[in-house]
Design a protein around this ligand. Structure first.
Ligand SMILES: Nc1ncnc2c1ncn2[C@@H]1O[C@H](COP(=O)(O)OP(=O)(O)OP(=O)(O)O)[C@@H](O)[C@H]1O
Ligand SMILES: [Mg+2]
Length: 304
């Protein structure tokens, strides 16, 4: 049992839950205490792939400080699929960027595979799929995927083997010589996923990778991503605005709220890891979706 689970268990003793199977995190009272989520003690769990303790990040701007993240306590275990969901500005991207060492926390601690984010970055501990596909338009798909591999010093032969393998994984074999602008939005996103997969990191950070896609393409990519996750046993941190997407994909759902950016609920999914699309019609699925929606509603202000 992880530190987080232990802490959740203890919390349940003091806070009766309407459905213990689903309500493994704190009750809605946590939503009335915006500055801190209290899911776990302040010790770091080095066995976790990602472990954040009382993490805060404040941006100093011309208009004053912006509290992008306050008091975030979270453990992501190996093989977890963790979704981050919450209104615009609640700190989802900022949290991924802290993991990736693209932003520094103002206070608190975070470890990635037991290391500092900086050490993890040097070890290429993760692949990052950005909010937009972020492919270079002057490079073909294979050259885009090759870029991080070139930087890492892989031989041409190894680069080609990895490019072929990852394009196969995302169903883009045969498109390696195309330029990004010759592909549809969904194909571009899959190419950017292939690029993140190419150096085979155990941790994938995905920031709204399917945000701009229509429902059918999204369904298809969700299914493919789950299969890929099952096949490779990677750990995935995934940002989304879609409740069904979060529930369908995740083993754990982190509900966030803005001003200040904070975690208001952490839901351990009771759904099995194997998930046909039809699971979205089941009562278990709808129950988790309901809890996420309630969490989002409680943390949302409609007055702004
Ligand atoms: N470099 C920066 N400088 C100043 N403020 C920033 C910076 N980056 C983010 N912020 C602010 O931090 C807060 C969190 O931003 P973040 O991008 O993490 O939100 P988000 O949850 O990813 O939102 P969205 O769903 O719109 O992508 C916002 O108020 C944003 O304006
Ligand atoms: Mg974002």
């Amino acid at each position: 049992m992880t530190v987080l689970q232990n802490s959740l268990k203890n919390q349940q003793k003091t806070a009766p839950l309407t459905n213990p199977r689903l309500h493994v995190a704190g009750p809605d009272s946590s939503l009335t205490q915006p500055s801190q989520n209290e899911y776990s003690p302040m010790t770091s769990n080095t066995a976790s792939v990602v472990s954040a303790r009382n993490l805060c990040l404040t941006f100093e701007t011309a208009d004053g400080p912006v509290n992008a993240l306050t008091g975030v306590n979270l453990d992501v275990a190996k093989g977890d699929f963790v979704s981050f969901i919450g209104p615009s500005g609640c700190g989802k991207t900022t949290f991924l960027r802290v993991i990736a060492d693209l932003e520094k926390a103002t206070s608190g601690t975070i470890t990635v595979n037991g290391m500092t984010p900086e050490e993890a970055r040097h070890q290429r501990a993760y692949g990052y799929v950005f909010q937009a596909a972020a492919l270079y338009p002057w490079r073909t798909i294979e050259k885009n995927i090759a870029l991080p591999l070139e930087i890492m010093g892989y031989s041409r032969q190894e680069q080609k083997a990895r490019i072929d393998r990852t394009l196969e994984l995302v169903n883009l074999a045969g498109f390696s010589k195309k330029y990004p602008w010759q592909l549809s939005g969904g194909m571009q996103q899959r190419a950017s996923i292939a690029r993140a997969l190419a150096f085979d990191a155990d941790l994938l950070l995905m920031d709204e990778p399917f945000g701009a896609l229509d429902e059918i393409v999204r369904d298809h990519l969700n299914e493919q991503l789950l299969k890929l996750w099952a096949r490779t046993n990677k750990t995935i941190c995934f940002v989304t605005h879609s409740i069904p997407e979060a529930v369908y994909l995740s083993t754990k759902i982190v509900v966030m709220s803005p001003r200040p950016g904070r975690v208001t609920d952490i839901i351990e999914s009771p759904l099995p890891r194997e998930r046909p699309l039809g699971i979205r019609e089941t009562p278990e699925f709808l129950e988790v979706a309901h809890r996420v929606r309630e969490g989002l509603r409680a943390g949302h202000s409609y007055e702004e």
